[in-house]
Design a protein around this ligand. Structure first.
Ligand SMILES: [Zn+2]
Length: 162
């Protein structure tokens, strides 16, 4: 049962402050590109050549991060000099024990959302290569390399969802 963050008594913070929460992370990352409703970037917590880090903004303004090579959130934020609380808008950055439990639960759920996004994208790659093979064509080395990456990412996503 996920703990809930009570935001009723919290002061109203303008949306501009929430946007700043996302920018604070994005400006510290390399290889950032738009991807659907979020961004992909090189993960700062491991030697990342494939832009394995998914960064998105939750509906309540919190920043959702997920590395598909398996780095945990703490390692990612520390690698760029931030804390987990920096990913939350001030009005829901609850630093009490209950607040921390709620934050961990939120990160578990954000992992699921990111993993489903990865499965959708990588299934497309697998379908393209499988279509080639089924039609009797030999996939190029480029496609085979991309296929291997797709298999790795699907495996990571499955671990998150398991
Ligand atoms: Zn990583």
């Amino acid at each position: 049962m996920p703990a809930r963050v009570d935001t009723r008594a919290a002061p109203v913070v303008p949306r501009a402050a929430d946007a700043f929460v996302l920018d604070r992370l994005l400006e510290r990352l390399e290889g950032v590109r738009k991807c659907g409703r979020g961004h992909m970037a090189r993960c700062p917590a491991h030697k990342d050549r494939n832009a394995s880090l998914s960064v998105a903004e939750g509906s309540d303004g919190r920043v959702l991060v997920k590395c598909f090579a398996g780095c945990d959130v703490l390692a990612i934020v520390h690698a760029v000099g931030l804390e987990v609380a920096d990913l939350f808008p001030e009005r829901i950055a609850d630093r009490s024990p209950e607040g921390r439990v709620a934050q961990r639960e939120a990160y578990r759920q954000s992992g699921w959302v990111a993993a489903l996004g990865v499965l959708t994208r990588e299934a497309t790659i697998v379908a393209i290569v499988a279509g080639d093979v089924a039609a009797g064509r030999v996939p190029s080395d480029e496609y085979l390399t991309r296929l291997r990456l797709a298999i790795e990412r699907i495996e990571s996503a499955r671990e998150v969802l398991a």
